[in-house]
Design a protein around this ligand. Sequence first.
Ligand code: ATP
Ligand code: MG
Length: 402
Amino acid sequence: SWLNDAGLQRLLALLGADGEEARIVGGAIRNTLLGQPVTDIDIATTSEPGETMRRLQAAGVKAVDTGMEHGTVTAVIDGHGYEITTLREDTETDGRRAVVRFGRSWQHDAERRDFTINALYADADGTLRDPVGGRADIEGRLVRFIGDPEQRIREDYLRILRFFRFFAWYGHGRPDADGLKACARLKEGLAGLSAERIWTEMRKLLAAPDPSRALLWMRQAGVLSLVLPESEKWGIDGIHGLMAAEQALGWPADAVLRLMVLIPLRKEVVQGLAERWKLGSRVRDRLVAVSQAHGVAPDMATGDFERLLYQGNPQAITDRMRLDIAALGTDDVGAQSLVRLLDHAGSWTRPSFPLSGRDLMALGFDSGPALGDALRTLEKRWIDSGFSLDRDRLLADVPAPE
Ligand code: ATP
Ligand code: MG
């Protein structure tokens, strides 16, 4: 397994030498126990960041300062990044982020983490360390705060969203009652969080295999209307249609598409959300584009559909189609036609127009608006032919320059 990776073993040996200790912690252990893929490996160590940095550099391992004042150094071995964090304990808090200091106690390090399932450690030989009872909660698929939920939320209100995020991914049945109650009671604290932290969590929540139950609980707790008021009037029924379509058609989990069904897709709404959450330009442009895309008629001929893709924004067109299929339901005949067109879009590659301005200049055109007009006329003719006219046929029909 990943634990036997030579690079990882080397790292643990390096950090664990000379009276220091190093263990794997967090998502890697949790996911392994759940039989789910491990994407990144976090390491906890008694060694302080400066010492960690020295040891890595002395061994010729690439080390990057990714937040040394918070205790974090990233080691890169064979292209894999390992986040190495010095043991910490909570001191005080401003509610936006817990304030921590370095420590040497594994118990305290565990206690300042958020949920029991996230506070499991493993030694280099695979020995499991479970200071706060995470193992039993993993088996029960229970997302449970470590310590008093209200107190833990007051230290860092992001933990409200993390509660629902981990519930979406790993929870079974109902969320932990005390945790849920604390989230509902303290939800107003979400207002103080930075946009980046909210979107990062929401994006991970929306990427869960099926986020719909978590979203329902968030709505029930009054949390959803605070983080995503756009969803309030709109309702979240759309998510059920999308989940059904994803299942029936084997679509991959797509956090942004899932966001689309939660909000009214109007340009001003989408732009307001993009600004509030400081969405990156790719996500923002995708949302704005779909808010402006027209639906595709289910009976559209394949040739017309290809022309539409060529002249429009294929991402926006296919996003719009997916939303329409989800809204109609996959039993609907129109939706089934859209599915066929969508499949076609998936195997279609954008043809490239075989002529350029150079070709026309070789025929006596001067560069300028007339050349541009002639080129556009020819491209239109080529599109109308279903992209079938080749270079020679097109050049044979070039209008004479004026
Ligand atoms: P993933 O990487 O899949 O998102 P993860 O559990 O590794 O899941 P990270 O955000 O990488 O999550 O954090 C690593 C660990 O740090 C967590 O498992 C948890 O123990 C701790 N942690 C992260 N964020 C917080 C927080 N806001 N409050 C308390 N502990 C946290
Ligand atoms: Mg992680």
